[in-house]
Design a protein around this ligand. Structure first.
Ligand code: 5RP
Length: 227
């Protein structure tokens, strides 16, 4: 990553943190952009700002603990004030692909529980059509994953089992990920539903109608795009 991209990720994430109010329950996203939000919130918490976080992954929980953010859970707070997360692609309707970091299942649940979902991205994540750059990560149960794979192919996808260090990648939920390329995703809402109807699919990385606001950072600064 160039220093510019890192600075933009940080600027977008910090603009999202500016939406947090004292006493809020905050969903903590996963990835290299969400990390900057966690660092900023951690500084604020250590200065006495009252906030509790609901992490979307084990990595995020560890980072948040390290930086002094008190953690809670969906069990304790099934309603979250604000979630801050990143994205892999964002289209003009603010629909997204997420999950290249593997946390899509928990990210979607935490977002679903949130009154406001603030997404922080650098401008390179903006696309006209979802699927232009990245595949859709699909979390599948390991039992019978090849059946799920064949059904995703029947939907027009080209699924590939995600590997990490030469072995099958496992999510925090101990599932597999099928990174599934599509030629063009014309109707993300329909495809999101169809993929979640495939037996063995736990959830998929199309996030349609989820973002409340997307904070986009480019060379000129950060702009908010609202649904
Ligand atoms: C993790 C995600 C991330 O939000 C997404 O991959 C973006 O990550 P980054 O900010 O590192 O580019 O969905 O599951």
């Amino acid at each position: 990553m160039t220093p510019d991209v890192e600075a933009r990720k940080r600027a977008a994430a910090e603009a999202a943190v500016a939406l947090v109010k004292e006493g809020n329950i905050v969903g903590l996203g996963t990835g290299s952009t969400a990390k900057y939000a966690i660092l900023k919130l951690g500084d604020m918490a250590q200065d006495g700002f009252e906030v509790r976080g609901v992490p979307t992954s084990i990595a995020t929980a560890n980072l948040a603990k390290e930086h002094g953010i008190p953690l809670t859970s969906l069990e304790e707070f099934p309603e979250i004030d604000l979630t801050i997360d990143g994205a892999d692609e964002v289209d003009p309707h603010l629909d997204m692909i997420k999950g290249m970091g593997g946390a899509l299942f928990r990210e979607k649940l935490v977002a679903a529980a949130s009154k406001t979902v603030a997404i922080a991205v650098d401008a390179s994540k903006l696309v006209k059509t979802l699927g232009s750059r990245v595949p859709v990560p699909v979390e599948v149960h390991p039992f019978g994953w090849k059946v799920s794979k064949a059904r995703l192919q029947a939907l027009g996808g080209a699924p590939q089992l995600r590997l990490a260090g030469g072995v099958t990648y496992r999510t925090d939920n101990d599932n597999y990920v099928l990174d599934t390329r599509f030629k063009a995703i014309r109707d993300p809402a329909a495809l999101e539903r169809e993929m979640n109807n495939v037996p063995g699919v736990v959830d998929n990385g199309l996030f349609v109608g989820v973002a409340t606001v997307v904070l986009v950072a480019d060379a000129k600064g950060v702009k908010a795009r609202k649904r």
